[in-house]
Design a protein around this ligand. Structure first.
Ligand SMILES: [Cu+2]
Length: 138
């Protein structure tokens, strides 16, 4: 029962009713940083479109380890997930951009609501995870 109630309140994310709880996500800004528990980080240098929007998004990022050293595309894996709906998205690729940037695409945020974009960062000491979450409009 508790799970059902939580699901009902969270699903209000996709409605436009001003009396419903608002979807809460990160506020996009170029250069925003998501840091993992072990100190590895993703800097979101640029998003196309900006702010992130429905359907295909391409992000330019810089990945760093806990010491601040930049990491290659092979150290980064990306997954997308809609927690309110319990489903993920299609596979995302990470390729080298202009050094030290990496290109992340296609981030296909195909459904309105809150999406989590999680970066699994392989660095010394294991895999760290950094996450952005954005509310996607209709
Ligand atoms: Cu969904």
């Amino acid at each position: 029962m508790r799970i059902l109630l939580a699901t009902l309140s969270l699903s209000a994310c996709t409605t436009a009713d001003p009396d419903e709880p608002r979807c809460s996500g990160d506020v996009y800004a170029p250069g925003m940083i998501a840091t993992g528990a072990a100190g590895a980080a993703i800097t979101l240098m640029a998003a196309d479109p900006a702010p992130p929007a429905r359907f295909i998004n391409t992000w330019t990022i810089v990945a760093t380890d806990a010491a601040g050293a930049t990491l290659p595309a092979s150290a980064v894996a990306v997954t997308t997930f809609m927690p309110e709906h319990g489903h993920g998205g299609r596979p995302v690729t990470v390729t080298a951009g202009t050094d030290p940037t990496l290109l992340v695409t296609p981030i296909d945020l195909w459904m309105p609501g809150r999406w989590e974009v999680t970066f699994a960062i392989s660095a010394t000491g294991g895999v760290d995870r950094a996450r952005f979450s954005f509310c996607i409009e209709e």
